[in-house]
Design a protein around this ligand. Sequence first.
Ligand SMILES: *[C@@H]1O[C@H](CO)[C@@H](O)[C@H](O)[C@H]1NC(C)=O
Ligand SMILES: *[C@@H]1O[C@H](CO)[C@@H](O)[C@H](O)[C@H]1NC(C)=O
Ligand SMILES: *[C@@H]1O[C@H](CO)[C@@H](O)[C@H](O)[C@H]1NC(C)=O
Length: 437
Amino acid sequence: MLFTNFLKTHQQLQNDKLLLLPKRQLVTYALYALIAVALLYLFVDPAAPAPSAPKPSSVAAPWVQEEEELLPPPSPSPPHQGDERCDYSDGEWVPDPRPPPYNGTACEAIKDGRSCMANGRADTGYLHWRWQPRRCGLPDFSPEAFLRWLGDRHMAFVGDSLARNQAESLVCLLSAWSPPELVHRDPEGRFRRWVFREHNATVSIFWSPFLVKGVEKSEHTGVRYNELFLDAFDERWMSQLGAIDAAVLSAGQWFRIPSIYHEGGGVVGCYGCAAELNHTETSFFAVFRDVVGRTLAEITRRHERGGGGDKPRLVALATFSPSHFEGEWNKGAPCTKKRPYRKGEKELGYTETEMRKIVVEAADEAGAAAAPAGLRFAALDVTTLANMRPDGHPGPYMRKNPFAAGEGRPVQNDCLHWCMPGPVDTFNQILQQTILR
Ligand SMILES: *[C@@H]1O[C@H](CO)[C@@H](O)[C@H](O)[C@H]1NC(C)=O
Ligand SMILES: *[C@@H]1O[C@H](CO)[C@@H](O)[C@H](O)[C@H]1NC(C)=O
Ligand SMILES: *[C@@H]1O[C@H](CO)[C@@H](O)[C@H](O)[C@H]1NC(C)=O
């Protein structure tokens, strides 16, 4: 339905202009329409009536991407004013006149879509805010201290494109102190690995949007729904756990897209496809909870089977990161805000609240169960602070010079990922405190 309406609108638009536009402009319009359709992949709104039969598209979602790794014990660190019991998730954004922690046009780890400055975003107000927790100080990110800790260790970001967004932010933050070397990259940039030679420190990215085994919805390969195998693990990263000292898991967005769920060799349910496929309609919240629980239990099991290794390990779970489309994202909705929300100005939506809670509770439960094994689980609770940053997304600047085609042309907006530098750097600031605790 959503697809159809959107296409109709665009077809109408094209028909209206048919006689006025030269062929080349028509092609441009068609491309925009396709790109916009591609956006649908990630942003199917779960609150909307379940689309009974999502229509195919031939373009892959632009943020479809991937790669691998874990964490640690308190190690010697410089004095900082962090407080062990501080709740970093509760606070507000306050103005900060200092320059951002790295040069957004110079950091090569940034995927083009997040390189807002290089893509032409001219306003800079979004760069000058810092997160102030309510009851305590959040120390600045220290690349020196982080690299000292990461020496001879491997930290892996596992999940979807927001995991990648955060990994790239970390590499850029660390670049301010020591140069990274990209030592591995698959053609699509879904699996990447950097080494900071001076410290023998490794940061990697593993694409695994469902954490468990799955196949992403993709029309050009004929996959009309996500296929999730709830009782099979994604060995692309799971098999690497022995070489990972700290892992940051970050997933959730892909669970909101129509999916078929498999278990024990059969289909056990689906989301957004019941009418067409006659499967039992299933809540994706329940599936997400199930998947996160199973994944953490398996990490614990493998950790114990491996004898715990010689290093304590950390698994941090990033909570859901809200998007800020003003209107229907599938109809080109932009994100036009130029400053953060004030405390209390914007409450969390239902989906964000539930997705966050699932991760926080899973981390607590796994943490209680795994603590004796030298394995630590911690929620990286960024949902609220991210929710208050409608100004930090690329919007049209996910592409270079988005308005080059002329004013009034349709542009694609990314109001989900984060510009870099930007709010996602704060995720890593809190990650550092999580490590040091
Ligand atoms: C950022 O890097 C670019 C080169 O990549 C350079 O031209 C620019 O001056 C740098 N900006 C700052 C503030 O250092
Ligand atoms: C470098 O770090 C890796 C972990 O990422 C470790 O396995 C390896 O032993 C380290 N190399 C040296 C020479 O310490
Ligand atoms: C849908 O599934 C139910 C239960 O498996 C079955 O009784 C029914 O005949 C199916 N309907 C169609 C149209 O296949």
